[in-house]
Design a protein around this ligand. Sequence first.
Ligand code: IMP
Length: 178
Amino acid sequence: MPQRPYEIDEMISAKSIAARIESLSREISTEFSGTDKLIVVGLLRGSFVFIADLVRELDLPIEVDFIEASSYGDGMESSREVRILKDLRAAIEGRDVLVVEDIVDTGHTLKHVMGMLRARKPSKLKSIALLNKAERREVDFKSSWIGFEIPDEFVVGYGIDFAQRNRNLPYIGKVRFT
Ligand code: IMP
């Protein structure tokens, strides 16, 4: 489907993202200090840049794993029905787990994934989302840590796409149709 032309206006600079990750990492390192080996779980694909930067700031023994859940397809509307396309390799019973997400929007995706993981009886389960669109929430869900609260705008960059484009922008920008 041909894309309507659009421009991208910077919303959060690469520098602000880096500074926020540094401070969140300190909180996370404190929360999980003493953990044997934290499993950091990225939700594919939108969190791949965030998780890469986050784990390099964590002063903890960690391992990295991924889950892929279906959400937006190629459009701008959430599908609401969450399907797991790729599950964890690791067993998490009795382990400490941190789930890393790009955006909490309606809340369906992270609520579903956290419920699924909680049923596997980890000893501690927390989540971090780089961005939160609180006004868009449809289900009761609150992430343990949030990078930035943002308004109801469609954003791209820093791993986040619009129909698979713009993931490689170093900053977060909002889509403006021209
Ligand atoms: P939720 O289930 O509605 O909370 O959707 C979460 C997922 O929708 C995120 O992980 C993103 O992949 C996608 N999403 C939500 N808002 C945006 C956006 O502004 N730009 C790109 N993807 C988004």
